[in-house]
Design a protein around this ligand. Structure first.
Ligand code: GLC
Length: 452
């Protein structure tokens, strides 16, 4: 007995010590990452749910992999660079792009200011390799686009590749040949570092992006990039700027890419970035388009799990956007128009097990939205809901639905099963949303169906 007592006491002390250590490490991490305002500054992002990603670059001339094609030696570097001569933007209409993005329902857009190939899409004063100086386009893509976005109240994001395989002072080049090893030539690395940081300053001054979308951090460590300094640089220009998680630990949110989380990620903020076909940039041979239905089901799955979707389009070298992408954005926009109440400004839904599909909640948690995929009709079931349901509506057409509570035992705390009658003919073309008004903020039972 005494031994058990001592053992328990020791366990408690150990737990307490762990807690203290944890609090300190967290506090340390937070002091680097986190001004106290982080929650406020992330609010628009958490509410936004949908962003449009744009991979615009010279790779659209041949329609080959952005930057990777020369790095992986699918094409020689000089041949890759010949594409500069074919990049015209002759039909570029940033107002029309911004209209389309607005129409999709997206609240933010992120465009490549510089990909791994080092070609800047804006008027960089510190770099010759920019589309104004080296392509027939002779114009800045970013400035008019951000202007058009701002006019429509869409937040502006700048994609920026830290690594720059074209720059003579950058370490890496082709997959099996690098220019030099950083530890053998710090001076050269310092030159590169001040170069890329001056581009960041430039972009900050020119555009003051609402969001920075870094990429390519994997080739160096936080110390080598000076991630802390880069973060400060950005925040000193715009303290509300949001920084994605690809800055070796110094970003604000996580960015899973192309792959869909199966269980709910435990990140506070995250965003799934995904292509509509299989490539980021324009490739005429890639016709593997996802359908609007597929995109909408992926989108609802992301938001139900607390994330955003950053959906990519790849314009052609002349600045036009492929019809298939326009179609997806429009269909998504129409769906958002009908169902946006369940999307924008909502919270992640209820945990798995209560309903076999994605769900979201209103901010006060008194409204539960159920997303129903496909042509389902008949009985939709919901388990473990302790609340009374005031009413149920189909979004988009306001049809009221009836429901029945089955198997509620008066003396038990276990709620009954809810069966919702969804008749034929009221379904959405893609994903039907049921809006359940509850009597109070949602309360759930998640036990094993016993006496408690
Ligand atoms: C990857 C690729 C890059 C692409 C990016 C978008 O990191 O390197 O080509 O731009 O994903 O998320």
């Amino acid at each position: 007995m005494a031994r058990k007592y001592i053992f328990d006491a020791m366990k408690k002390i150990a737990l307490f010590l762990c807690l203290i250590v944890n609090v300190f490490t967290l506090a340390k991490a937070q002091s680097v990452i986190d001004p106290l305002t982080i929650k406020d500054k992330m609010q628009w992002f958490a509410d936004a749910k949908l962003g449009i990603f744009i991979h615009a670059g010279i790779y659209s001339v041949n329609g080959i992999d952005e930057s990777w094609s020369f790095h992986n030696k699918k094409i020689s570097y000089p041949d890759y660079m010949k594409q500069l001569k074919g990049f015209t933007l002759k039909k570029y209409d940033p107002e029309q792009w911004a209209d389309l993005i607005k129409q999709s329902g997206a609240r933010y857009a992120v465009i490549t200011t510089k990909h791994h190939d080092g070609v800047t899409m804006y008027d960089s004063k510190v770099d010759q390799l920019n589309i104004l100086k080296t392509t027939p386009a002779k114009q800045d893509m970013i400035a008019p686009f951000f202007k058009a976005l701002k006019k429509r109240d869409i937040k502006c994001g700048a994609y920026f590749s830290l690594l720059d395989w074209s720059h003579p002072n950058y370490t890496g080049f082709l997959k099996d040949s690098s220019r030099y090893k950083l530890e053998n030539d710090y001076e050269r690395w310092n030159k590169f570092r001040s170069f890329f940081q001056s581009q960041i300053k430039e972009i900050n001054q020119l555009f003051s992006p609402d969001l920075w979308w870094f990429d390519g951090d994997w080739e160096h460590t936080a110390e080598q990039w000076e991630s802390a300094k880069v973060r400060d640089l950005i925040l000193s220009g715009n303290k509300n700027a949001i920084i994605n998680g690809r800055l070796q630990g110094y970003g604000d949110y996580e960015t899973p890419e192309q792959n869909f989380p199966v269980s709910r990620p435990n990140y506070k903020w995250w965003e799934l970035c995904m292509t509509i076909n299989d490539n980021w940039g324009y490739q005429q041979t890639d016709t593997n388009w996802k359908t609007p239905y597929e995109i909408i089901t992926i989108f609802t799955d992301a938001i139900a799990n607390g994330g955003n979707l950053l959906l990519d389009i790849g314009p052609r070298e002349d600045g036009t956007i492929p019809d298939e992408e326009i179609n997806v954005l429009k269909e998504l926009g129409d769906w958002n128009e009908r169902n946006g109440e369940a999307v924008f400004g909502t919270l992640a839904g209820i945990p798995a097990g209560h309903f076999y599909g994605p769900t979201t909640l209103s901010k006060d948690s008194t409204t539960l939205f159920l997303f129903i995929q496909g042509d389902l009709n008949g009985n939709i079931t919901l388990k473990g809901l302790k609340n009374n349901i005031k009413d149920i509506t189909v979004l988009g057409n306001n049809t009221k639905l009836s429901h029945k509570v089955v198997g509620k035992i008066s003396w038990s705390v276990v709620p009954g099963l809810v069966y919702i009658n969804l008749p034929n003919g009221v379904q959405d073309k893609y994903v039907t949303v049921l809006k359940l008004n509850l009597d109070d903020p949602i309360k759930l039972y998640n036990g094993h169906g016993g006496f408690n």
